[in-house]
Design a protein around this ligand. Sequence first.
Ligand code: CO
Length: 132
Amino acid sequence: MMVEKIDHLGIAVRSIAAARKFYEEVLGLVCEKEEVVATQKVRTAFFTVGDIHIELLEPTSDDSPLAAFLEKKGEGFHHIAYRTDNIDAQLAAARDHGCKLINETPVAGAGGKKVGFLHPKSTFGVLTEFCE
Ligand code: CO
């Protein structure tokens, strides 16, 4: 079992409306969709570069975990997401390895995907998402 590819990179921003101008006007990318992900209390905007995506994330409420992230670290790189064909097995393998899981079982992510996060404390500092 292994992850298949990098699906997307997550970037934390205070305002998608402000940040997407950089991606559109400087990088020339097209925003494919904006979507609120209720389970994560974030609004997301997706851009495609080659065959991976850039996910901009903006908190939708003050108690969003992303609001705490922005408060602590400011805007910038937030997470890497690996695509897998078996997220349950992937999370189980991480658990067996001793990783701290943020989601013990998959939750609903953007685009109706099943997602699960590993805590950066057990992934050498990088918030890690699996998506299926
Ligand atoms: Co993500």
